[in-house]
Design a protein around this ligand. Structure first.
Ligand code: SAH
Length: 356
């Protein structure tokens, strides 16, 4: 499948080569990236210090975007969910989450997801395809444009639809663009990748990329059997292997790894499981994010009562684990975890395409 290429996914060197191909000076690459990333230009035709003919040639050869915002929903808590329609008609979602001085954008890395976590909306209709690096970066650009000129995105989390390590090459390419001074200009510690940990070797590979981003591992259980029930596709990787990979990631990058634990009533919320989790993580400098389940209508699982969430966290705290309660954001606009796209799939009456 050919997906339209866009400036957003180009490294500076690649864009320089494109200009040379077009018979232009390579310095144009910097100029264009300045327009896209600093001046938030949405089209090449608006880049007024480029010769007119070049602007239109560029717009044709390589537009700023290959995607467009098809839908925008503002939540009462200030977060904004976007449905981004891709060139081939598929759709992904991204969410802008303002919190104090932080402006975080949560982006997707695949259309749908193959992991099949039992509680998650993203995987309900399976996987459609991987995103290209440009399509990941474009979500960041679309979110940037929601902000007033004096504000900028401060953090990007790869926690939207899809499993980022299952789309390794394009995801790392996108991270490099977001990290580059000519691109997103976000320091590595402002970039977070969340993974079910498809394979410990992909975590090692990431540690060796030279961008020490933050790593979050979706654990959800400290016990192999229970984890397999929650993440069926993770059956080949043991929890012990994941913790070992997290330890190596920490040694290689100096970053503490975060473990995410989505709490599901009656499934993984027993305080005894919190003890087990604390034992598993003993001696590892890390954080645990406890996320009470965000219920998805089709799935029928529920979050524990608030008191039970606290009890679970208390066990961890008393065992010396650094634990945070991750608040649900954008619930009123279905801005969580693939729910907005799912809503569109529902409305169009099928699972095959997001378009009605
Ligand atoms: N595939 C990656 C990234 C996407 S999901 C991963 O699994 O880490 C990002 C986080 O959102 C994961 O921790 C996931 O478990 C959590 N999540 C997904 N659906 C959820 C829901 N309905 N309620 C609470 N957390 C959810």
């Amino acid at each position: 499948m050919t997906v339209a290429r866009s400036v957003a996914g180009f490294s500076q060197a690649e864009l320089e080569s494109l200009f040379v191909e077009l018979g232009e000076a390579p310095y144009r690459a910097r100029q264009v990236q300045g327009w896209v990333f600093r001046r938030r230009a949405g089209t090449c035709t608006s880049m007024t210090d480029l010769p007119n003919t070049l602007r239109s040639r560029l717009e044709e050869a390589c537009p700023v975007h290959s995607s467009r915002v098809a839908e925008q929903r503002r939540s009462e808590d200030g977060s904004v969910a976007l449905v981004v329609e891709l060139a081939d008609g598929e759709a992904v979602e991204c969410v802008l989450i303002p919190e104090g001085r932080r402006r975080t954008v949560c982006v997707s890395t695949q259309v749908g997801c193959a992991m099949g976590c039992v509680f998650c909306a993203s995987g309900l209709a399976g996987i459609r395809r991987d995103l290209e690096a440009g399509e990941v970066v474009e979500q960041f650009l679309h979110a940037t444009r929601l902000l007033p000129a004096e504000e900028a995105i401060t953090h990007v989390v790869l926690m939207g639809m899809g499993e980022p390590l299952a789309n390794y090459r394009e995801v790392v390419k996108a991270l490099r663009v977001l990290n580059a001074p000519w691109g997103g200009a976000l320091g590595a510690r402002r970039l977070t990748l969340s993974t079910v940990g498809v394979s410990p070797s992909s975590i090692d590979r990431l540690a060796g990329e030279g961008i020490p981003i933050r790593l979050a591992i979706s654990l959800h259980a400290a016990d192999d059997e229970l984890r397999r029930r929650i993440i069926p596709t993770a059956s080949r990787v043991s929890v012990a292997d994941l913790v070992a990979a997290a330890r190596r990631y920490r040694e290689a990058t100096g970053r503490d790894v975060t473990f995410e634990y989505t709490l599901i009533r009656g499934v993984n919320d027993d305080p005894r499981l919190a003890h087990q989790l604390a034992e598993l993580l003993e001696g590892l400098s890390c954080n645990v994010n406890v996320i009470p389940l965000n219920p998805v209508a089709e799935i029928g699982l529920e979050p524990p009562a608030p008191g039970e969430v606290e009890a679970f966290m208390d066990v961890l705290r008393r065992a010396g684990v650094v634990v945070r309660h991750r608040r649900k954001r954008g619930g009123d606009v279905e801005a969580a975890c693939g729910q907005l796209r799912l809503g569109r799939l529902r409305a169009s009456g099928g699972g095959a395409s997001c378009r009605s």
